[in-house]
Write a protein that binds this ligand. Structure first.
Ligand code: ADP
Ligand code: MG
Ligand code: MG
Length: 248
């Protein structure tokens, strides 16, 4: 398996405050990694930094994608490279429909104009699989959507954009049991030997479907422990206290 993402000694400041304090992480093609850690540890910050959100300032270290140093690349270039992030709290975008939003993004990423009818056919098929009413394709992005519908719209984007690296930030939070199952199954179906998935979650249900290769514990801006899926059970039983003490 080849290396897809490598994060090296990454330090990130947000509004002048250091949040990531020298983080290392390597993800190979075909792998699923889980990032665990208590609230405020820096998990979403890591995803935002890899995506290239300009509010997250790199003060040290590097991010490599398929061997290329992307540390200074803007977010749209990273999307073209094949990086995608599903937001913890997706926001509404007025004035552009779900269908046009995703079709434009797909056109930009692939460099190929997406013809309306074939694109719509594929979109509808994917919406059916997610149990999303097709009428949502014509609504403004996330406008008036429930929390669960927003999360499904993020997964719809993933399915249509077909990224090499997908980062799912608490995709399973705020969903009812049926939606958790549908979202988990859709991500599991999307995953194959050619793509990689990074997951932030506080629930284990999604991980029964996704079967992580590695689990990382992020405490105070650093990964303090990496293990296999058995780490999830350990954390569910004992919490993060032992790791927090060690980190200090
Ligand atoms: P986690 O996802 O692990 O709960 P975050 O990465 O969201 O943690 O946040 C880590 C720390 O960085 C927190 O103290 C949070 O307040 C701060 N932080 C993150 N993003 C921002 C932001 N956009 N503006 C201000 N502070 C932020
Ligand atoms: Mg795998
Ligand atoms: Mg977060």
């Amino acid at each position: 398996m080849s290396e897809l993402l490598r994060v090296e000694g990454l330090k990130i400041a947000v509004e002048g405050k250091e949040i990531l304090k020298g983080l290392d992480l390597t993800v190979r093609t075909g792998e699923i990694h889980v990032i665990m850690g208590s609230n405020g540890a820096g998990k979403s910050t890591l995803f935002n930094a890899v995506m290239g959100n300009p509010n997250y300032v790199v003060t040290a270290g590097h991010i490599f994608f398929e061997g290329k140093d992307i540390t200074a690349e803007p977010v749209n270039e990273r999307a073209k490279d094949g990086i995608f992030m599903a937001f913890q709290a997706p926001i509404a975008v007025q004035g552009i429909s779900v269908e046009n939003f995703i079709r434009n993004a797909k056109g930009t990423i692939t460099g190929e104009t997406q013809r309306i009818m074939p694109f719509r056919k594929k979109l509808h098929k994917q919406m059916d699989a997610l149990s999303m009413n097709r009428s949502y394709a014509q609504r403004y992005v996330n406008d008036g959507f429930s929390g669960g519908e927003r999360k499904k719209a993020e997964i719809l984007q993933m399915c249509m954009l077909e990224p090499k690296l997908t980062m799912l930030d608490e995709i399973d939070s705020g969903l009812d049991v049926d939606a958790v199952r549908i979202v988990s199954e859709t991500v599991a179906q999307y995953h194959n030997a050619e793509n990689s998935i990074l997951v932030i979650t506080h629930h284990s249900e999604i991980l029964q479907k996704l079967k992580p290769d590695f689990v990382h514990i992020l405490i105070d801006g650093r990964i303090v422990k990496t293990g296999d899926a058995s780490l999830i059970k350990e954390i569910e039983a004992n919490g993060y206290d032992a790791y927090k003490t060690k980190a200090k």
